[in-house]
Ligand binder design. Structure first.
Ligand SMILES: O=C(O)CCC(=O)C(=O)O
Ligand SMILES: [Fe+2]
Length: 575
């Protein structure tokens, strides 16, 4: 293995410092919009009386301007004028637009060309630190204010706002890797490329391995780096564990990937349909509002306010033995009575008819109305001011509590991820005296298609990526509606779970856990249904979007709060 193999860098062009044509960098884009023209020109008009510092600054301004507009004769004249002045330190003239991390990068390059590898290490390590700070600053500037308009524009504005802010953040890497009028592709990863070589040269093999792993994080297919990896692995004392990418690069990479996916998701799937947000007269004057919900709606204190003060303890109620099957359990305590009421209210005002998948109004039985609220819709409605942001947040929190417990209960080492969160209500439509022979939800498995011969096909259109399921119940003031674990499609029950506020039933999503819901003969049964996956590519992007939206609303209200505080303070001063 030669050094050449360890060394293979992206092309980097420096400003050339030849005599005569000196200080005019390569690859210059014409740009007349920089302010340097004026600065440099004014300075030159001041003649030789200027302070040395000003001359230095003016020369740098002229140089910066020239880096964008190399053909400007006036500026070339100015620049020559400065260069010939007695007090000028020509080697200190610099491009004022070059950022610190870029200067460090360029210095690292120079050190690399002079084979000063300790310096290469120093410059690139510091350049990276500075880069991440600059990146963070750039991202902060993308958090523009949210523009509130008329309702219809407003909804469009939400989509635009988030997409804009995400896109803006995504552009940071591009902005920061613009030097001397040129876009340096692969700017951030190339730091690790240089570093691995420098570490190698000074004998810091373990560090070199980390740099290799970090580079491969960005470019897993890079053949040179893959060969380098093999080479280092062949050295004594090097193991697979040494190829752990550095933490900040992992954080950066994962965030970047998630944002890209989210942007694609918004673009492809998220339909902002203003019609969807208009409540029907029936919905507005809903007569089946439970009294506790009504109390909350009227701003009165719920009867159970005190319960909120009691810390909710989660207790396991039934395990595999009691439930007659494997990988299933029931536990209580996932929501207080008040929290259930808040979520019931949320469902009452914000859920839409249909199953949430393909708009089927009565997906399981025509004797019940089926309504659901997705996380995305809850967040958007909160953004619109149509539902309380705290309730949308509660939906996130209660479901997260459920996910966390399922992960722990089944002792899962890999992260259990949400793939779909759905607040669902089923309302009996018929006279309770009419006997029903169907189920509210026929016996099924959540990740395969149950066949008449009793087998279960794990293929599309089944949600094959669902690995675990859980349902948190919100009420018990209805008839029927028990959850059942069944032996086969003929609904031979093996266990029954009675819904009640805060109760969770959790199970693995396969054939081993056939289940269904008994007919609801009167009233309305609401539950928070959750499906989880271990496959990252199926995680619930709508939930992530909702989290961002909710966080954004909370930040906004925090800002409003601060502003109020300041005005109060000023009032006090005025008195
Ligand atoms: O609501 C329930 O109790 C269970 C619902 C269910 O099994 C499902 O939606 O897949
Ligand atoms: Fe199910």
């Amino acid at each position: 293995m030669s050094n050449d193999q360890v060394h293979s860098f992206p092309r980097l062009q420096f400003p050339v410092q030849e005599e005569g044509s000196s200080w005019i960098p390569y690859n210059i884009l014409a740009n007349t919009s920089t302010g340097y023209n004026t600065i440099a020109h004014q300075e030159s008009g001041g003649g030789v009386r200027e302070q040395v510092g000003n001359i230095q600054q003016a020369a740098s301004s002229a140089y910066t301007f020239l880096s964008w507009n190399p053909n400007s004769e006036v500026m070339q004249y100015n620049f020559k004028y400065y260069s010939n002045l007695e007090n000028i330190e020509i080697d200190k003239v610099k491009n004022l637009e070059t950022r610190t991390f870029q200067e460090l990068y360029l210095m690292g390059n120079e050190a690399y060309n002079s084979k000063k590898y300790h310096e290469v290490m120093h410059y690139f390590e510091t350049a990276l630190e500075e880069y991440f700070v600059a990146e963070e600053e750039c991202r902060l500037l993308c958090e523009g204010p949210f523009d509130r308009n008329s309702l219809q524009d407003f909804i469009v504005a939400i989509a635009n706002h988030f997409a804009f802010s995400l896109k803006c953040k995504q552009n940071c890497a591009e902005k920061l890797s613009f030097m001397y009028g040129e876009q340096y592709k692969n700017y951030l990863p190339s730091h690790y490329h240089y570093l691995q070589f420098a570490y190698f040269k000074v004998g810091e093999i373990k560090q070199a391995c980390r740099a290799v792993a970090t580079y491969l994080l960005f470019h897993g297919d890079d053949n040179t780096m893959k060969r380098n990896r093999q080479f280092y692995l062949s050295l004594e004392g090097v193991t697979e564990e040494d190829f752990t990418p550095v933490e900040e690069a992992v954080v950066y990479f994962n965030r970047d990937k998630a944002e890209k996916e989210l942007l694609n998701y918004i673009k492809e799937y998220y339909k902002f349909d203003p019609e969807e947000f208009e409540f029907t007269e029936e919905e507005k004057s809903e007569s089946t509002i439970p009294s506790a919900v009504e109390a909350l709606r009227n701003g009165q204190k719920s009867k159970n306010t005190m319960e909120k003060l009691e810390e909710n303890k989660i207790t396991l109620v039934m395990g595999e033995k009691e439930l007659n099957g494997s990988r299933r359990f029931v536990a209580d305590g996932f929501a207080t009575a008040e929290e259930c009421n808040h979520l019931l209210y949320l469902a009452q005002v914000a859920a839409v008819n249909g199953d949430g998948y393909n708009g089927k109004k009565s997906p399981h039985t025509q004797h019940e109305r089926f309504e659901g609220l997705t996380m995305g819709r809850a967040a958007i409605l909160a953004k619109l001011g149509l539902v309380d942001v705290d309730k949308a947040k509660l939906l996130l929190e209660v479901s997260e509590k459920g996910r966390d417990y399922v992960q722990k209960y089944f002792k899962l080492k890999d992260d259990l991820l949400f793939t779909y969160t759905h607040l669902v209500c089923r309302t009996a439509l018929r006279d309770p005296n009419i006997e029903r022979f169907d189920l509210s939800h026929p016996v099924h498995a959540d990740n395969c298609l149950l066949q008449t011969d009793g087998s279960c096909l794990k293929e599309k259109p089944a949600f094959t990526y669902r690995d675990y399921s859980a349902v948190i119940y919100l009420n018990d003031d209805f008839q029927g509606g028990d959850f059942i674990f069944a032996k086969d499609k003929n609904s031979i029950q093996v266990a029954v779970v009675k819904p009640k506020c805060g109760r969770l039933v959790g199970f693995s999503a396969g054939f081993e856990n056939l289940h269904g819901v008994q007919a609801i003969t009167s009233g309305r049964r609401c539950a928070l249904a959750m499906w989880y996956t271990l496959d990252h590519s199926y995680r619930e992007k709508e939930r992530e979007l909702a989290q961002e939206i909710i966080q954004d609303i909370l930040n906004e209200s925090l800002n409003d709060q601060t502003e109020t505080d300041v005005s109060n303070f000023e009032n006090i001063k005025l008195k």
